[in-house]
Design a binder for this molecule. Structure first.
Ligand SMILES: *Cc1c(COP(=O)(O)O)cnc(C)c1O
Length: 223
């Protein structure tokens, strides 16, 4: 089942788009099954759970752990030694903490800015205007332990595919604009993380480079 879904998805991916298998709330054995099917990139959204899985699966070579959820500053230190990409940076305070913890362990951690483009009210994420102001202000340029590698977003939770498409399109526009204005000579700014189980086909249409899929691969979350 898990292997089948992974193959089904990866076969549908255009060149340049990668799958993040979202394994949160699923046991380590499910990750082993996905790994055996060739999957290497996994997404988790709780620091303690990621920590436990990182330890329990340390025998698997070439695993890439992505932190996809809201990250609390006091949890950064636990994942800084090995996290491959932090998807949802929503404040300078968080980026500065990742920078600090990255330097402690001699790393540069790639991070994505979380964009708020959905209709729902949420306290997480920069609106495109806020993100532009933040990049413009430039404090992030002083942080040598992190690298802004792109943006991530979630679309409105709705059946209205036109709305979903327009959310993704706004994120894509911001991504292109930011690349042009703030990262013109920087190959590292290249990731547009968007698309989940119910909307990843639309996300790919709209230029996603990283899709984050949980339920379609692993089924309903277990605990
Ligand atoms: C849980 C989660 C996903 C995966 O969602 P599914 O609908 O199960 O594919 C993707 N992105 C984020 C940020 C998540 O928290």
């Amino acid at each position: 089942m898990i292997a089948e879904e992974i193959h089904r998805i990866t076969q549908a991916l255009p060149a340049g788009v990668r799958l993040v298998a979202v394994s949160k709330y699923h046991p380590a054995e499910a990750i082993r099954e996905a790994y055996a099917a060739g999957q290497r990139v996994f997404g988790e959204s709780h620091a303690q759970e990621l920590q436990a899985k990182h330890t329990g699966l340390s025998d698997l070579e070439g695993l890439e752990w992505h932190f996809i959820g809201h990250l609390q500053t006091n949890k950064v230190k636990y994942i800084a030694p090995y996290v491959h990409l932090v998807h949802a940076v929503d404040s300078h305070r968080l980026l500065a903490e990742i920078d600090k913890q990255a330097k402690k362990v001699g790393r540069v951690i790639p991070c994505l800015l979380q964009l708020h483009v959905a209709e729902e009210e949420t306290k997480f994420g920069f609106t495109p205007d806020e993100a532009r102001d933040y990049l413009e202000a430039g404090a992030w340029r002083q942080l040598s332990g992190v690298r802004i590698a792109g943006v991530m977003c979630m679309a409105t939770n709705t059946d209205d595919t036109a709305r979903i498409r327009s959310d993704f399109r706004r994120a894509r526009c911001f991504f292109e604009e930011a690349r042009r204005d703030f990262f013109p000579a920087d190959d590292h700014f290249r990731e547009l993380s968007m698309g989940m189980t119910d909307d990843w086909h639309i996300a790919i249409d709209e230029g996603s480079t990283l899709i984050r899929i949980g339920t379609q691969i692993f089924g309903q979350r277990q605990y």
